[in-house]
Design a protein around this ligand. Structure first.
Ligand code: GRF
Length: 212
């Protein structure tokens, strides 16, 4: 059984921040027993930063363009997260690939949300990839981050049926609704402990991880 990370969250964003907002709301409503210690954006003026400020959460902008290597940028973020006492890092629309140096600084303590049923459709524009492929169901996945893109142990998944007449945009909008539901649930599951990683499986000893 892995020891669960401490309940101080660091949320990394690049843009809109609607998943960040879902986490802020879950904490405020008391359904997620955690504290958001810091929100870091790699883009100045990301709308999510304003959401954090409105909630009284500390924010930092660490621009990847100010560093001459991915490692240097990542280590600047690690420094800030450690300074803030962060136990669990949550990627919420963070558009940079993390280096092994970052991932090793937070072993099994970095989560990401991805808008497809992984391992289908990793990478960018997953909702459009699924729509163009013609799948009948898609969804969202929260997983532990490993060096391979969108490939770490799956903590939670939810299914979203594709409707006749859907566009990539309408499908993405319905997937986003379930993202907002499962991300706080997945964070809670990780913080509550009682799980372990076996191979690439997140094993909970019975708690359901899938949502239809
Ligand atoms: C979400 O669809 C998330 O799954 C993906 O990037 C998008 C971020 O949206 N990783 P937001 O910034 O949380 O609104």
């Amino acid at each position: 059984m892995s020891a669960p990370p401490n309940r101080r969250l660091g949320v990394l964003i690049s843009g809109r921040g609607s998943n960040l907002q879902a986490i802020i709301d879950a904490v405020a409503e008391g359904v997620l027993d955690a504290r958001i210690a810091v929100v870091i954006s790699n883009r100045e003026g990301a709308p999510g930063l304003e959401r954090a400020r409105r909630a009284g959460i500390a924010t930092r902008t660490i621009r990847h363009t100010d560093y001459n290597s991915r490692e240097a940028f990542d280590l600047a973020m690690v420094d800030e997260l450690e300074r803030c006492g962060v136990g669990l890092v949550c990627l919420a629309g963070f558009m940079r690939l993390l280096s092994p140096a970052f991932i090793h600084a937070f072993p099994a303590a970095i989560l990401n949300i991805h808008p497809s049923l992984l391992p289908s459709f990793p990478g960018l524009d997953a909702q459009r990839q699924a729509w163009e492929h013609g799948v009948a169901v898609s969804g969202a996945t929260v997983h532990i981050v490993t060096p391979e893109l969108d490939a770490g142990p799956i903590v939670r998944q939810a299914v979203v049926p594709v409707r006749e007449g859907d566009t990539p945009e309408s499908l993405a909008a319905r997937i986003l609704e379930v993202e907002h539901r499962i991300y706080p649930e997945a964070i809670r599951a990780v913080l509550d402990g009682g799980w372990r990683i076996e191979g690439r499986r997140f094993v909970t000893g019975g708690a359901p991880r899938g949502v239809l």
